[in-house]
Design a protein around this ligand. Structure first.
Ligand SMILES: [Zn+2]
Ligand SMILES: [Zn+2]
Length: 351
């Protein structure tokens, strides 16, 4: 359990003061052995429902992954409840800079096989044998070291709108693909290079770092609390910010702006833009970047075909959707031949 680097009592006080009657958007995760995830799920649901917590929470035998919002005035109660669960006592809470009342509309607590869909066979390595955690200040120093290889462990559509300067951003659709590509690229440097990883909130690196240690890497580091925590520390401690652009997040905001730099382009016209949207055709729901002008011209769709479909009567659209694989899979890909300014997937390396 990391006791360092959690929100101090004073920081929390300031935050609650700022929030007033509003809600706090926060996330946390913990790897732990949970014997009966269903029972645990019910316990969380009943309590959080009562506390007016909203959000999306996954529970599995391997732990918990939660993104939620809490009324600021009930935060104390919420925190005491967490501290009463032995593996969540003093768990680090990532609190988003941008407070938004609409971050979550419902409370959903789901039991899953895993808290992160990582495609890894956990039996082969020890998840708790993780890399060295570094805070923002140490991270800033570390990534200036010429022996460091800095790797963005997120997917292509996330790093596209924002990443750390000089980071390797694998052009991948899944976490599993990233692991193999990085390993293949660094196979001759497992001992002399320092592998430094980051992701949104730290959860993916937690497992990746254990995986790479298992694969023989000697110097494995991860950014504690991910980009969310980094942004908070940089702001609070007045450190140099080495992240550029937006941090992609999985709630309705799609991204949290860290700097004013716009590093990506509208996938339809090529203009500088970093606003993600989902295609208005429900059967498509493709995740892509679209500027305001194109949104109007294309009626929030990704293609002419999708515009045609949204103009059909709703019943007809429903009929067409039958038998089409679910839109979630398309969401994860975030690519389409129809988008002029989106890179096609690179050939997969590794094995
Ligand atoms: Zn455009
Ligand atoms: Zn579409």
């Amino acid at each position: 359990m990391q006791l360092y680097n959690k929100l101090s009592a004073k920081e929390r006080e300031t935050l609650l003061e700022q929030a007033g009657e509003e809600r706090l958007t926060l996330s946390f995760y913990q790897y732990a052995r949970i014997g009966n995830p269903h029972l645990f799920r019910n316990h969380l649901f009943v309590t959080w429902h009562e506390q007016d917590v909203l959000g999306r929470i996954y529970v599995a035998h391997e732990g918990i992954n939660a993104q939620l919002s809490v009324p600021a005035i009930r935060f104390k109660e919420f925190k005491e409840f967490l501290d009463g669960i032995y593996f969540l006592k003093d768990v680090r809470l990532n609190i988003a800079i941008e407070q938004d009342l609409k971050s979550f509309l419902k409370l959903k607590v789901k039991v899953r096989d895993k808290i992160v869909a990582d495609g890894l066979n956990d039996e082969t390595f020890d998840v708790t044998n993780k890399g060295i955690h570094v805070d923002a200040q140490k991270f800033n120093e570390l990534i200036e070291d010429p022996d460091v290889v800095l790797v963005d462990m997120r997917n292509h559509y996330e790093s596209e709108i924002g990443h750390f300067k000089n980071a390797v951003t694998p052009d991948v659709d899944t976490f599993r693909d990233s692991l193999d590509i990085i390993e293949a690229d660094l196979k001759d440097h497992k001992e002399d290079k320092k592998l430094v990883m980051y992701c949104t909130g730290g959860i993916r690196c937690e497992k990746a770092s254990a995986y790479y240690k298992h694969k023989g890497f000697k110097n494995v580091f991860q950014l504690e609390g991910g980009i969310i925590e980094y942004a908070r520390q940089v702001e609070n401690q007045g450190l140099e910010n080495k992240f550029i652009g937006k941090n992609f997040v999985f709630d309705h905001r799609r991204g949290e702006r860290i700097t004013e730099d716009v590093i990506s382009n509208c996938h339809q016209c090529g203009e500088a833009c970093d606003t993600h949207t989902n295609c208005a055709n429900e059967a498509c729901h493709l995740l892509f970047i679209q500027c305001d002008k194109c949104a109007v011209a294309m009626e929030n769709c990704c293609s002419e075909e999708c515009i045609e479909i949204i103009h059909l009567p709703y019943e007809e659209q429903k009929r067409l959707r039958q038998g089409i694989p679910n839109s979630n899979k398309i969401f994860k890909k975030g690519r389409s031949e129809k988008l002029k300014f989106k890179r096609p997937p690179s050939p997969q390396r590794g094995n």
